[in-house]
Every structure is written in structure tokens, then in C-alpha cells.
Design a protein around this ligand. Structure first.
Ligand SMILES: C=Cc1c2[nH]c(c1C)Cc1[nH]c(c(CCC(=O)O)c1C)Cc1[nH]c(c(C)c1CCC(=O)O)Cc1[nH]c(c(C)c1C=C)C2
Ligand SMILES: C[C@H]1O[C@@H](n2cnc3c(N)ncnc32)[C@H](O)[C@@H]1O
Ligand code: SF4
Length: 450
């Protein structure tokens, strides 16, 4: 039995800490770093190294109440078509700053709902992207898919454009939960979507689930997980519900009285996690599970697991170019986020400038802390020999290791110069990572750690 009282005493149930999909986190970005920095970073890329590209499609036909992603509702395709015009203009801008010969190693379409695009728009967007940045030989292409917003023709179009991985939104299968989050989706529709994707030759399938939603109990989550397992996903993401109504207005529709408490959330995660492990999936990082032969699990075993804005990835490419409203680009030298509202984004591109409007230029110290935090989130260990090979001042972390060892007794271990989070301490990973965050004091509100 794990010691829940001890986890509670160490802050598991009252800490509000970032998910560290970047360091520093997006709320720290400043308007002092924008399009000019973005241009310099693009121009300085090494053409021998493939880049990854993220395209954000901020449209959904339904707006689920629980959702914290940047998206807007639309019943017609005309705003989506206009948005693609802007994306194409942005691609021309970006391409104009890229050194000749840069190739696209990976492409991810997220949202929002990329499968709102009909087949002809799927084809058009994909062709524009490939014309702007030529795909590398081993090009990989993943797409977020809403099973209620996709059909065989769209899947065939995505397949024809080279989709290698599909990530489908499920969240929860229980009717009462679905009603409480404004998202109804039958198991049958989801199953049909999975079969169609497999039939189209998509080898790798991810499913997204959320725990901590209204009316979830250990029993209902178990029933949902059983259904998910019957779909034989290669990967599963199990996100803790982030209730941030100040950031996401539609979450004010969520009945807070029906939300599980902190202890219950922890039990929901443990119940689902136990089932995934029993079914033969390996836990990956803080919230993913993967078949042992899936790229995410093999990357984890090889110490190549990475964390980026989309969560965990085996993508070790240092550069991520974000395209579309609110997308974030990551360069060796720092981050730049595009204007977030579709209107503001369209305006900037229309004015002929890059869309970056805020960001952060990384100092050597930032890079050291960023890598240490990423190591904790991915490997539950800070490998000091690896850091020393990369950073002259890696010993600057030593006082933080000492503080962490003192603050979290029994949860972390010093092994030589390394700091490792013990199995018992894994629920505290984000809280421990925050100890290495030099921007913690900047007033951002984050969702709970449990
Ligand atoms: C997988 C989809 C989600 C992405 N972010 C969130 C979801 C559900 C939710 C989220 N993002 C942030 C927070 C608050 C901090 C926290 O709890 O850790 C939450 C609940 C932080 C954040 N991440 C990004 C941004 C722009 C922000 C907020 C800062 C702001 O006010 O703008 C980057 C980012 N995260 C996601 C995407 C697609 C994305 C950038 C395009 C995924
Ligand atoms: C892209 C994925 O992000 C997850 N997602 C969307 N909104 C939230 C939220 N408020 N909290 C946690 N996860 C969320 C869903 O699982 C979705 O499928
Ligand atoms: S969960 Fe997916 S479909 Fe629902 S509002 Fe969010 S992005 Fe749109």
C-alpha cells in the first residue's frame, strides 16, 4: 500500500503545478520575443537536420464543455476554408525564411478537430505543407481524429497523404459522464472509426482518455477502460482533467459539485493505470501507456523519450515549427507562440509578417533547467553525466537536488550524482519538477497536480 497521507503531506492534493510540456511554460512567454526572433531562428536552421511541424486547426462542430484546447465552434466550412488560405500565406512566409534544403521529418495535425476538413481540404492542406517544406524519406504524419467527425472518405484522404499514426479522442464511454461534459460519442461509432483506420493501414493508434471528469467513479472508469482495451490501442494517453474555467469559458458549464475529489482522482488514475499494465501496456512518463513494441515504449527503454507541446514523443528532433493560430514553435534558442485568436493571427499574416507574437529566448541556464525537467518528466531521473556532457554549469543543480532530497524523503533517491524519483514518488513528479523551475514565482494559475 502506498502512503497516501505522506503524498498528501508532500503537496499532491493541493499543489497547482504546470504539466511542463515546455520550460519555461507558455504563461511565462513575453511579448518582447516575437516575429523577429522567429525569423532569426528559422534562418539559422541547419538544413541537414529535419524539422517537425505542428499545424493547429482551431475549429470543432461541437464544443465539449470540458475541453481546454484553443478551438472555436463552426457549423459551416467557410471559416475553415478562409483559415486554410491564411495557413498557406503563413507557410509562404515561413518558407521564405528557411535555408534551402530543410526537410520535414514529422508532421502533426492537432486542434480542435482536423477531421472537420473534407477530403479535398485535407489534400489541399497536405500538398501546401509538402510544397513549402519537402518531406524527409522516413516522413511520419499523425492526426488527431474525432470519431464522430470522420468518415471513410476522410480517412482514405488522410491515408493517401501518408498518415502513419492516428490519435482519437474518447475521454470516457459512460453516458452520464458524456452528458456532463457535453460530448456524446457511442462506443459503436468509436469502434467503427478504429476499424476503418486499421483497414486503411494505419499501424499506430493512440486513444485519449481523461480522468477526474464529473460523475466518474472507479467502477465507471474501469468499464470505460475495458471498452478502450477492446479496441487494442497501441498507445493510450490518460490525462487528468484540468478544470480551468478562468482560461476556458466553456468549462463554466461543468457542474463542479459532480467533480471527483482529489483522493478520488488519484484512485481513478490508479485503477485505470492498473488495468492498462495488466493488459500488457507499459507506463510511459506521467500519463501515457504503450504496447512494448510501440515506438513510444521502445524510446522510453532506450532513454530517447522526449516531451513537447503535444505530450510525450519519440521525436528527438530539436526543432518544432508551429503553424496556425496559437501554435508554438520550439527552436534550439527558444520558443515563439503565434497570435492565439484566429482573427489576430489572420491579421498578422495579412500584414505580411510572421505570426509569432510572444515567446522566450533561452539562456544557457534556462536550457539546463529545461533539460533537467524534461528528464524528470520522461525518465524520472536527472542523469548528471549526460547533463555535464552538454552544459558547463550543470553542477548549479546540486543545491536543488539537496533541497529536493530534504523535502521529499523516501520519494526520491540520490544515486551517485543523479537524482531519481522512486516509484512511490511518481505521483509527485510535476511537483518535484517545479523545484527546478526558476520561473515558478511568475503568477500563472495551473491545474492540480493529482
Ligand atoms: C492536449 C490539449 C491541451 C493542450 N493544453 C491543454 C490541453 C487540454 C490545457 C492547458 N494548457 C495549459 C494549461 C494551464 C496550465 C496547466 O495546467 O499545466 C492547461 C489546463 C498551459 C498552456 N499550454 C499551452 C498554452 C498556450 C497554455 C496556456 C497559456 C495561455 O494562456 O495561452 C500550449 C499548448 N498546449 C496545448 C496546445 C495545443 C498548445 C499550443 C498550441 C495542448
Ligand atoms: C487533445 C486531448 O486533450 C485532452 N483534453 C482536452 N481538454 C482537457 C482538459 N480540460 N483537461 C485534460 N485533458 C484535456 C483530451 O483528452 C483531448 O483528446
Ligand atoms: S475535445 Fe476535441 S471536439 Fe471537443 S471541443 Fe475539444 S477539440 Fe473540439
Amino acid at each position: 500500500m502506498e502512503n497516501l497521507d505522506q503524498l498528501r503531506a508532500l503537496g499532491l492534493f493541493d499543489s497547482r503545478v504546470p504539466r511542463y510540456t515546455s520550460y519555461p511554460t507558455a504563461p511565462v512567454f513575453s511579448p518582447a520575443v516575437g516575429a523577429e526572433f522567429q525569423a532569426e531562428c528559422l534562418e539559422g536552421l541547419d538544413p541537414a537536420k529535419p524539422v517537425s511541424v505542428y499545424v493547429h486547426i482551431p475549429f470543432c462542430e461541437r464544443l465539449c464543455w470540458f475541453c481546454a484546447c484553443r478551438t472555436q465552434g463552426t457549423r459551416t466550412l467557410s471559416p475553415v476554408e478562409r483559415y486554410l488560405d491564411t495557413i498557406e500565406a503563413e507557410l509562404a512566409q515561413v518558407a521564405a525564411h528557411l535555408p534551402r534544403g530543410v526537410r520535414m521529418g514529422r508532421l502533426h495535425w492537432g486542434g480542435g478537430t482536423p477531421t472537420i476538413l473534407p477530403p479535398e481540404l485535407i489534400h489541399r492542406l497536405s500538398q501546401s505543407l509538402k510544397a513549402a517544406i519537402r518531406p524527409a524519406e522516413d516522413f511520419e504524419f499523425s492526426v488527431e481524429i474525432d470519431p464522430t467527425m470522420v468518415d471513410d472518405a476522410k480517412i482514405a484522404a488522410l491515408g493517401a497523404e501518408g498518415m502513419t499514426r492516428a490519435s482519437i479522442g474518447i475521454q470516457d464511454f459512460r453516458d452520464k459522464v458524456q452528458k456532463a461534459i457535453g460530448r456524446e460519442q457511442s462506443f459503436e461509432a468509436t469502434d467503427r472509426c478504429v476499424r476503418a483506420l486499421r483497414a486503411a493501414g494505419i499501424a499506430s493508434l493512440n486513444t485519449d482518455l481523461v480522468y477526474g471528469l464529473p460523475h466518474q467513479t472507479v467502477e465507471t472508469v474501469r468499464a470505460s477502460v475495458d471498452k478502450v482495451l477492446s479496441l487494442s490501442p497501441d498507445r493510450v494517453a490518460l490525462f487528468g482533467y484540468a478544470h480551468v474555467p478562468h482560461m476556458s469559458k466553456r468549462q463554466t458549464l461543468i457542474d463542479e459539485a459532480a467533480l471527483p475529489g482529489d483522493l478520488e482522482r488519484h484512485q481513478l488514475f490508479r485503477a485505470a493505470s492498473g488495468m492498462f499494465r495488466a493488459a500488457g501496456l507499459d507506463p510511459v512518463g506521467i500519463d501515457h501507456f504503450a504496447r512494448p513494441d510501440d515506438g513510444l515504449a521502445t524510446a522510453m527503454r532506450a532513454g530517447r523519450l522526449r516531451r513537447n507541446f503535444q505530450g510525450y514523443t519519440e521525436d528527438t528532433c530539436g526543432t518544432l515549427i508551429g503553424i496556425g493560430a496559437s501554435s508554438i514553435s520550439r527552436f534550439a534558442g527558444g520558443y515563439v507562440q503565434n497570435a492565439a485568436a484566429t482573427g489576430a493571427y489572420t491579421q498578422r499574416i495579412g500584414a505580411g509578417t510572421l505570426a509569432g507574437y510572444r515567446g522566450h529566448s533561452l539562456t544557457e541556464t534556462d536550457k539546463l533547467h529545461a533539460r533537467a525537467i524534461e528528464m524528470l518528466m520522461c525518465d524520472f531521473r536527472i542523469d548528471m553525466a549526460a547533463l555535464r556532457a552538454e552544459f558547463a554549469d550543470s553542477d548549479a543543480l546540486e543545491p536543488i537536488h539537496a533541497t529536493v532530497a530534504g523535502k521529499f524523503p523516501g520519494m526520491v533517491a540520490r544515486e551517485g550524482r543523479d537524482l531519481r524519483i522512486r516509484d512511490e514518488g511518481r505521483p509527485l513528479t510535476r511537483i518535484i519538477a517545479a523545484e527546478y523551475d526558476e520561473f515558478r514565482s511568475i503568477g500563472a494559475t495551473y491545474s492540480r497536480a493529482s
